[in-house]
Design a protein around this ligand. Structure first.
Ligand code: DAH
Length: 400
């Protein structure tokens, strides 16, 4: 949910060219890898960091606050008797593709499943792109009310609000007709939806204060109906979560009796919340090891981040003729592979179509910045040389 929901926007993206791309990892190491493995070492090392558990980290404070809310019992005015929410936050990010996509009703040709969007370890395993993967197994294990937090991974654009790793929280609650005091499922679903809205409005109010809110219709394959909550914060409408009444197929797969049980689920992107609450304008700061970042925060306190002076950026442009199957995400991945975290933004600054040949040329500007020191021109030139090589060899783009 940090980048706009993979479902709403990526269904749109799906209409773009859909060519099967060869599997590439751009890996320079010589270890024998599964041919499906497209996880660069830089991402693998991130899976070890667990910043959301780091004392004082803004994500950790935010999670603690939300956990506190769900731990307090009565969180909606409907007073539905029920259990306290359990918290799960230790599931490893490597998950089964089946549980992540198929079981949640995500179609086989959905764009989020492409190798250009998801990090695969093998044909059957991937780094979770959302915490929704844990819904069904947790319900099947007998949990009726829980939240689940974890790091999630998606190949994405390179800019201040996108990073290939971020964090989500999932929440689920199910109940039977007797608990809800109703005689049929249709009625029960209406109550579930009211309960869901109340819970999430109360949560948003606790975290963001007395903000204006609105509900927007949405689409997720695993909920019906699906909705999104927006809040008016700092003079703009901000989408803060996606949710809905759990789809019958999902309930069935979770071992629930859909003639007697209903439930709701939500998912939210924690960085999106924390960036607003703590005034953190660049998502990469969450991963910063610079003491000037972490020492500004204290566990349990939401305080505004004071930007420290940063080292200057250095930009380089790269222009090439794009082949018909060109996929920007693959290009971004190469940029990341070559420069690690140092590429701060990559933007297309010019596009033109040759009047005679009809070929399209694109020019990308890459802004490099080191968080802890000035970059030398030579260093950046080396990135560019490598980038040019890989763009030509891996993406079959003719350089200009
Ligand atoms: N998994 C969705 C995403 O990453 C977010 C989400 C939406 C989770 C609706 C849910 C839900 O549990 O009911 O965009």
């Amino acid at each position: 949910m940090l980048s706009k929901s993979i479902f709403a926007t990526q269904f749109l993206k799906a209409n773009r060219s859909s060519v099967v791309l060869s599997l590439r990892t751009f890996s320079t190491d010589q270890k024998a890898k599964d041919p499906y493995d497209n996880i660069p070492d830089s991402i693998l090392s991130i899976t070890q960091r667990k910043i959301y558990k780091q004392d004082g980290h803004p994500l950790s404070t935010l999670i603690e606050k939300i956990e506190g809310f769900f731990g307090q019992g009565q969180i909606s005015d409907l007073h539905i008797p029920g259990e306290k929410f359990k918290v799960f936050s230790d599931f490893p990010p490597l998950v089964k593709v089946k549980e992540c996509f198929d079981d949640l009703g995500i179609p086989e040709d959905h764009v989020s499943r492409r190798i250009t969007d998801t990090y695969y370890k093998s044909r059957d395993t991937c780094l979770r792109p959302h915490t929704s993967v844990h819904q069904i197994p947790l319900m099947r294990a007998g949990n009726n009310a829980f939240i689940c937090v974890g790091d999630v991974y998606r190949k994405d654009t390179v800019d201040k609000t996108h990073y290939p790793a971020f964090h989500q929280m999932e929440g689920v609650r199910t109940y039977d007709l007797k608990t809800l005091g109703v005689g049929n499922v249709a009625e029960a679903k209406l109550i579930a939806e009211r309960d869901l809205k109340q819970v999430l409005e109360n949560l948003a109010r606790l975290v963001f204060g007395d903000v204006e809110m609105r509900w927007i219709d949405a689409y997720f394959p695993f909920t019906e109906p699906s909705i999104e909550l927006e809040i008016f914060y700092n003079n703009e409408w901000l989408e803060v979560l996606g949710c809905g009444v759990i789809h019958d197929k999902v309930m069935t797969r979770a071992g629930k009796d859909i003639t007697n049980e209903v439930g709701w689920a939500f998912g939210l992107g924690l960085e999106r919340w924390a960036m607003k609450l703590f005034d953190i304008s660049d998502i990469r700061l969450f991963w910063s090891q610079d003491p000037r970042f972490i020492t500004q925060f204290k566990q349990g306190h939401i305080t505004k981040f004071k930007p420290y002076s940063r080292f200057p950026t250095c930009y380089k442009d790269l222009a090439f003729w794009v082949p018909p199957h060109f996929n920007e995400n693959e290009f971004f991945q190469i940029v990341r592979h070559v420069s690690g975290d140092l590429a701060e933004t990559v933007e297309c600054i010019d596009k033109f179509t040759h009047p005679k040949t009809g070929r399209e040329s694109q020019c990308f500007r890459i802004n490099y910045r080191h968080m802890d020191r000035s970059l030398t021109n030579e260093e950046v030139d080396q990135f560019q040389v490598k980038l040019r090589q890989l763009v030509a060899s891996e993406l079959q783009c003719e350089l200009r």
